[in-house]
Design a protein around this ligand. Structure first.
Ligand SMILES: [Zn+2]
Length: 225
């Protein structure tokens, strides 16, 4: 496209933050100051990952270094509390998160504890993370950092969690369905209000249901029959 309307282009450039004097050409010629880190996984994390990979195999997907903010959301409705709790998780990550192969739902978190975990600040952080996982209902396994691991010792710790996924979600369904008398129910999972919606697709297409107002972070639904 030829540049027939410089006035329009000028305001567009201003809009996207490119001021006169620094043209877009200069921006593309100048390389951004980034390089790929050589330590995406430390040697200890890599050696553990290789054993974990044999244990999990096709029964789950291992995601390294997942931000706690990607796994959890804050239930608090109070805005000031919301920000406080969001800040507590936003810059922390878990070493490994194992997800369900089909749904990619988080199944179990795995932390590799090295010697830094005995430092006072780390102890406080670990206590917070332990309580966060426990209160939100996601299992967390801590494994002491070693030079090498055997498949059987890791299997013993992780394997019990890999098969539990299907059972717990069914349990939830029956709990939710028993809460139908109130008009606009409160979400059983996160305590937020639920709003009436109509299913646009799927088996229940055209039928009404209550959906959590925190959607899509919370996908809790209550059927209306
Ligand atoms: Zn909810």
């Amino acid at each position: 496209m030829s540049n027939q309307n410089p006035g329009c282009l000028g305001s567009l450039l201003k809009l996207i933050g490119i001021e006169k004097g620094t043209t877009s050409d200069e921006h593309t010629e100048m390389k951004l100051p980034y390089a790929i880190r050589d330590d995406f996984l430390s040697p200890a994390e890599l050696s553990f990952y290789q054993v974990l990979n044999q244990v999990v195999d096709s029964s789950g997907v291992i995601c390294p270094k997942v931000s706690l903010g990607d796994i959890f959301f804050v239930k608090a409705k109070d805005k000031s509390k919301h920000t406080t709790y969001l800040n507590k998780i936003n810059r922390k990550h878990i070493d490994f998160l194992i997800c369900d192969t089909a749904t990619m739902k988080p199944v179990v978190g795995v932390e590799l504890d090295d010697s830094s975990h005995s430092r006072q600040d780390r102890i406080k952080r670990d206590e917070f993370v332990n309580k966060l996982f426990s209160d939100a209902g996601l299992p967390l396994v801590r494994i002491a950092n070693k030079r090498s691991y055997t498949v059987s010792e890791i299997k013993e710790r992780i394997y019990p969690f890999l098969q539990k996924e299907a059972d717990t979600s069914k349990e939830f369904e029956t709990q939710v369905n028993s809460n139908q008398d109130t008009n606009e129910p409160t979400c059983k999972k996160c305590g937020s209000s639920m709003t009436r919606r109509i299913a646009k697709s799927g088996e229940r297409k055209g039928k009404a249901f209550y959906g959590c107002s925190n959607f899509p972070k919370c996908r809790e639904v209550v059927a209306i029959d």
